[in-house]
Design a protein around this ligand. Structure first.
Ligand code: KG4
Ligand code: ZN
Length: 329
């Protein structure tokens, strides 16, 4: 079954094509128009999706060496995300479904990230824990069985990627800041600055305090070294993730852990979690970088799985700005 996946929930227009478990195409157009604003401007995001979605789909079909008529299912992100941006993808998906007379399925972006794990390792076994860390989300989820999620904790304030982006902005680095923080951190000395690892209750995450500590430090030390600030912020931010996940592993006793979302591209994060998995004797599932950030393949994959189990969506489906994994209908 050939599935076309369409993702437009934020500032990436992404198209994926899969044939059952095989990836035929995966292309992403990242919008650089937001860089000068230091964050995503919703209206600009929506307009840019309109500009690129048709040529991007054509390019994906060419790479996949198929025609539109070969597509059996259209899977599209219906939320959570920016409503205007989501509407572009959903309207396009509906028009394709109507003109091709093919089924459509609207899927949850977060569940898409979870299904990126299927692309990492087919040996993933239930139950497992997923750490989802992106620009908009930071959550730890217990996946009991297919489509059954229990979020054990989420961020009380900023998402982890958002904290990377805000600290990068403080340091005068471009948006999105995560990759720039990582790059500067490589040249910095861990221990040169003492930033506290956040300790909220239970399995919650929190980045507001750490972000403020960086703000005060840079204000009070005009001669601060960007590399050292980046290295020590990154270390505290990632150590926080490791500590919460360790607690999750202890409580649930699961043997499989998956990491998904844009922040998991970070090589220091990969190193820290590889060590954690080794020390605890659990199996770590880390998708390739191209499947960690927003992409259309994960949307195609989750859509295909949901379609097999629950059938298609109705053409009247709408976008949703928010939707928890537990609440997917
Ligand atoms: O999953 P994603 O592509 O989009 C959503 O937010 O859904 O994640 C983007 C986030 C941004 O905040 C970006 O700064 C962060 O992932 N990111 C990184 C790195 N690469 C991207 N954070 C830390 N280190 C990186 N290398
Ligand atoms: Zn995402």
């Amino acid at each position: 079954m050939i599935t076309l996946g369409i993702e437009t929930s934020c500032d990436e227009t992404a198209i994926g094509v899969i044939d059952d478990g095989k990836v035929l195409a995966n292309i992403v157009s990242s919008q650089i128009a937001h860089t000068k604003f230091g964050g995503v401007v919703p209206e600009i995001a929506a307009r840019n999706h309109v500009k690129v979605i048709v040529p991007l789909t054509k390019a994906a079909l060419e790479i996949a060496r198929i025609n539109l008529a070969d597509v059996d299912l259209i899977s599209v992100t219906r939320g959570p995300g920016l409503v205007g941006a989501l509407l572009v993808g959903l309207s396009y998906a509906k028009s394709l479904a109507i003109s091709l007379r093919k089924p459509i399925i609207g899927v949850n972006h977060l569940e898409g990230h979870v299904y990126a794990l299927q692309l990492a390792n087919e040996a993933l076994r239930f139950p497992y824990l997923v750490l989802l860390v992106s620009g908009g989300h930071t959550e730890i989820v217990f996946v009991e069985e297919a489509f059954r999620y229990h979020t054990l904790g989420r961020t009380l304030d900023d998402a982890c990627g958002e904290a990377f982006d805000k600290v990068a902005k403080l340091l005068g680095l471009p948006y999105p800041g995560g990759p720039y923080i990582e790059q500067h951190a490589r040249e910095g000395n861990i221990g040169a600055v003492d930033f506290p690892v956040p300790h909220p209750k239970g399995m919650s995450f929190s980045y507001a305090g750490l972000k403020t500590a960086v703000l005060y430090y840079t204000r009070e030390h005009a001669d601060h070294k960007v590399n050292d600030v980046a290295a020590n912020f990154q270390e505290a931010a990632l150590e926080h993730l490791v500590q919460v996940v360790s607690r999750g592993l202890e409580e649930t006793k699961v043997q499989h852990l998956g990491l998904v979302g844009g922040v998991t591209v970070n090589s220091r994060l990969r190193e820290k979690f590889t060590n954690l998995a080794r020390n605890r004797g659990i199996t770590l599932h880390l998708p390739e970088v191209q499947y960690c950030t927003d992409n259309g393949v994960m949307i195609a994959r989750v859509g295909a799985e949901r379609f097999k189990r629950f059938g298609p969506s109705d053409l009247t489906i709408d976008v949703v700005a928010r939707e928890k994994l537990e609440d997917i209908t």
